[in-house]
Structures are given as structure tokens and as C-alpha cells.
Design a binder for this molecule. Structure first.
Ligand code: SF4
Ligand code: SF4
Length: 311
């Protein structure tokens, strides 16, 4: 059964498959609230095409990241693989529950998900039990924890997305990875155009949402010179120096119209996940990633506009 699951996963786009026995999770964790008889958590990691990040690195195309690296991965590719594996488990008489991220539903009362429109998020929905995806990914042996609380994989660094299947089938465990990639260089933090990552590696979701959506004019080819007119600290915002609150973030996001959103409320990423790109470039330059390419990702100096262009 384990080999069959790996085969189906790979045939349906997964690149890394890991198996965490139930004992790796606390008895009061979401895993057992969702499925009390869980015996194994199956983790699936999918590469996000490196070429898609290049559009934003070069400033030549932005929409492909949102549609092909976020929306289609989350809404089509990943659920398909999860369903096919769950069907195989049910065919063999086991129970299986796929777990994909609820992009628009959260238990928090006043947080947000930078990948979707803030006003499309349903907050304070604690009754909808959701797994801790990052914790499960580490426990399934998909990768290690990077400084900014992102998953780093040997093959693709941070350029991956992941999802899970809970099952009552007992399947041989994958070892948890001993951290060896992250050297605490801090390049992920320094690369954020909105200073959304703090000194401990934690990301402020509202700060991230504002700058994920392109509030930094020096890194946004679509921003008009009069952007954020009517907001007192507009130059500070455009320079990536503003510290936002949930309230000011909402006001800024209401004035962000640089690019049309995709379906399912997905917002176009203008920062291009600069944190992930910086980490990837660093790991690639160190030669520690196992998936090799014929040319390096970063080919020239990073570009930027002058904040003076905005008045
Ligand atoms: S950029 Fe450096 S500090 Fe940040 S996660 Fe990658 S290796 Fe760790
Ligand atoms: S680089 Fe983008 S995705 Fe990363 S923390 Fe900053 S705003 Fe968020």
C-alpha cells in the first residue's frame, strides 16, 4: 500500500511523499479532532516551478505565479493527488480524509492570509478544525524548518506547497529530517520589501499582506506615481518603511488595484515571495540543493525603482 501511494502521488504531480505515524502528534492536536483513529498522516509536497518565480525576478510577468503557483496548485493539482490517494485507501477498506489548506477560513479573530483578499477571509471560525500544516510537514519528513518558519526541502528549497491525508492505515514511517539547510543567514528577512519578518523569524500577516500585494513602489512596475493619495504616510508605505496595523493595512489594501485578482479571491503577488527567492538563491549558491539546473536562478543584479518617482 505504501509503494502504491507513492506511485499515485508521483503520477499526480507530488514530488516528495512522507509518512508520519500518529504517535508524532499530540493526542489533543487537530489531527485527532478531525479523525480520532488516525494511524498515519501522509504528507505530499509539490514543487512550485522555478521558472514561474523568474517572471517576478525579472519584472516581466506576475500573474503566472498567482494562477499557476498558487491558485491552480491549491485548487486543482494538489486536491487531485489527495483524492486519488484517498480513493485508493478507501478501495482497500481504509478510511482517508484529505486535508487541504482553508485559504479563506481561519480561527483567528483579527489575522489575515496574504494570498487572498482580506475581505474574503472568514475569521473566528474555530469550530472548523484545521491542522497545523507546517508542523505536520516537518513531522512527515517533507523538509526542515527554515528561519522564517517556512519549509525547506533538499530538492527545491522553499519553492514548494504541501497538503496531507489522514488515514487509519498503518504505514511505515519516514524519518524526520535533521535540520541542515538553514544557516540563519537572514537573507529571507532582508529581502522582504515590507519588513514583514521580525528578528525571530515570525511574519506579521497584515504587514505581509500589504507588501505581498505590492505596496512597495520600488519593486512594483504597475504602481502609478500618485499611488495611495490621501494617506498621510504614503511615501513611507511606498518605500517599504511603514509599520501597519490591521486597521491601516485594510486602508492600504483598499487602495491597491495594481493587478486584477484571480478566482477564489487569490491576490496577485507583486513581492513574488521575495523571502522564498532570496532563500532559494542562497541555497543554490551554496550548492546544497539536490535538484540542479543548467543555469543559476539569479542572473543579474536585482532591479528597483527610485522612491523619488512617487513625489
Ligand atoms: S534565507 Fe538563510 S536564514 Fe532564511 S531560511 Fe534561508 S537559509 Fe535560513
Ligand atoms: S517577501 Fe512577500 S511573502 Fe515574504 S514576508 Fe515579505 S511580503 Fe510576505
Amino acid at each position: 500500500m505504501r509503494d502504491t501511494i507513492i506511485k499515485i502521488a508521483k503520477e499526480n504531480g507530488a514530488d516528495i511523499v512522507g509518512f508520519a505515524p500518529a504517535e508524532r502528534f499530540d493526542r489533543d492536536s487537530a489531527v485527532f479532532k478531525i479523525m480520532p483513529k488516525t494511524k498515519t498522516v501522509i504528507g505530499l509536497a509539490f514543487r512550485v516551478l522555478r521558472g514561474i518565480y523568474r517572471g517576478i525576478e525579472e519584472g516581466s510577468t506576475y500573474y503566472q505565479y498567482t494562477t499557476m503557483a498558487v491558485e491552480n496548485m491549491e485548487e486543482t493539482i494538489m486536491p487531485m493527488a489527495e483524492l486519488k490517494i484517498a480513493m485508493e485507501l478507501e478501495e482497500a477498506g481504509y478510511t482517508a480524509i484529505p486535508q487541504r489548506r482553508h485559504q479563506q477560513i481561519m480561527a483567528e479573530k483579527n489575522s489575515t492570509n496574504p494570498e487572498v483578499a482580506y475581505d474574503a477571509v472568514y475569521r473566528d471560525k474555530g469550530v472548523e478544525t484545521q491542522m497545523d500544516f507546517f508542523d505536520a510537514a516537518v513531522k512527515c519528513g517533507l523538509g526542515e524548518k527554515g528561519f522564517y518558519n517556512t519549509l525547506l526541502t533538499d530538492e527545491f528549497g522553499p519553492m514548494i506547497r504541501y497538503c496531507f491525508i489522514l488515514t487509519d492505515a498503518e504505514l511505515e514511517a519516514t524519518d524526520v529530517i535533521k535540520p541542515h539547510l538553514c544557516d540563519k543567514c537572514g537573507k529571507c528577512r532582508a529581502a522582504c520589501p515590507g519588513k514583514a519578518i521580525d528578528e525571530n523569524g515570525n511574519t506579521d500577516p497584515w504587514q505581509c499582506a500589504v507588501y505581498y500585494n505590492g505596496a512597495n513602489g520600488t519593486k512594483n512596475p504597475f504602481m502609478p506615481p500618485d499611488a495611495f493619495e490621501g494617506i498621510d504616510n504614503r511615501i513611507e508605505i511606498i518605500a517599504g518603511e511603514a509599520k501597519v496595523t490591521p486597521e491601516t493595512a485594510r486602508k492600504i489594501l483598499d487602495k491597491i488595484y495594481f493587478y486584477p485578482p484571480a478566482q477564489h479571491a487569490y491576490q496577485c503577488s507583486i513581492c513574488g515571495r521575495a523571502c522564498d527567492i532570496a532563500c532559494y538563491v542562497h541555497l543554490e549558491e551554496k550548492g546544497v540543493l539536490t535538484k540542479k539546473f543548467k543555469t543559476p536562478f539569479r542572473k543579474r543584479e536585482e532591479w528597483s525603482f527610485d522612491v523619488k518617482d512617487f513625489g
